[in-house]
Design a protein. Structure first.
Length: 135
């Protein structure tokens, strides 16, 4: 796995990401892409993931498991939301605020930008914190 010349990947970062996915079975191409983004993101200054990921597929194919491993690796809480409760954008933000608050994380309102800003990782009905790593 190679990364840009201007990013210094320490053995600790590589090991952290490898450990997070060491027992993950299957989906090797997507897992490789996720691991590469995590390594680059954690090695960046400031740490930031430059991609968003949307996992889709039938039940029991590893979507939530991959999201859990990503958030653990990034050190952000995993927030699970019921998709049936998402009737509006405001409902989504309220659910996120309450769920993140339960983890001691206060989301930052950036204003109405005509869409969702920041990074959100989704796996079916599972979403992680919409904030950049290290911020």
């Amino acid at each position: 796995m190679t990364v840009s010349e201007d990013i210094r990947v320490t053995p600790e970062i590589r090991q952290r990401v490898d450990d997070a996915f060491s027992t993950f079975i299957g989906n090797s191409a997507p897992v490789h892409a996720i691991k590469r983004s995590l390594i680059v993101g954690l090695a960046s200054d400031p740490p930031a993931i430059d991609k968003s990921f949307l996992f889709s597929g039938p039940p029991s194919t590893g979507k939530s498991n991959a999201a859990e491993r990503m958030t653990r690796c990034l050190g952000v809480p995993l927030v699970k939301l019921d998709g049936k409760a998402l009737k509006s954008r405001e409902a989504l933000f309220k659910l996120l605020k309450n769920a993140l608050g339960a983890h001691g994380v206060e989301p930052v309102y950036l204003g109405d930008q005509g869409g969702m800003s920041g990074h959100i990782w989704c796996a079916s009905n599972t979403c992680a914190s919409p904030r950049r790593v290290g911020r």
